[in-house]
Design a binder for this molecule. Structure first.
Ligand SMILES: [Mg+2]
Length: 184
């Protein structure tokens, strides 16, 4: 399974949830598969999906799911100790780890070589860290939502991308409808 297969699988679980999605192909794929006003697509700022999601979770009570990638987490490594030390039990970080920088041509990341993001997250002090297979991502995510405990999920999948159009929505529109969903 590749990232888009996981996104298709979990789309029903993401329905009506506040979702912050990683820049590039992950956002484009999620937009194609199941666009909803409560999705915040990153059109800039690689690496900050997990940070923005944590901030939204800390600021209000609804569940927030950040969908991030291995390359993106590696880009913003300060995010894992920040998450560990600012616990928000309404926050779930789903790292879709395909061991590659998918949006730029599938160059391998260190997460696909020697570095385990699961072990790094645990070493940073994150308490509920679950590594799962691509096929188990849906049930792992649902369990994390039901647990009402801040959870980091590292879903391991194959590298690969589908052909998707770019997101043509204005970033201001994406922001405003997301803010309305937060406040609804
Ligand atoms: Mg990746």
């Amino acid at each position: 399974m590749i990232r888009s297969d996981i996104l298709r699988d979990i789309a029903p679980i993401l329905s009506n949830q506040l979702v912050v999605c990683n820049i590039g192909l992950p956002s484009q794929e999620l937009h194609l598969i199941d666009d909803q006003p409560s999705n915040f697509y990153m059109l800039g700022t690689m690496g900050l999906s997990s940070s923005i999601g944590l901030g939204v979770a800390l600021a209000q009570d609804k569940t927030v799911i950040s969908i991030d990638g291995d390359g993106s987490v590696l880009t913003n490594f300060g995010t894992l100790p920040t998450i560990a030390n600012n616990v928000a039990d309404n926050y779930i970080l789903l790292i879709i780890d395909n061991g590659s920088y998918g949006s730029t041509g599938d160059q391998p990341t260190y997460a696909g070589l020697k570095t385990s993001l699961t072990n790094v997250a645990k070493a940073c002090g994150c308490e509920n860290v679950i590594e799962c297979s691509a096929a188990d991502t849906g049930k792992t995510l649902q369990s994390a939502i039901d647990s009402k405990k801040m959870t980091i999920i590292v879903a391991k999948c194959e590298s690969g991308n589908i052909k998707v159009p770019v997101i043509t929505k204005d970033p201001v529109v994406i922001r405003d409808r997301f803010m309305k969903a937060v406040q609804a």
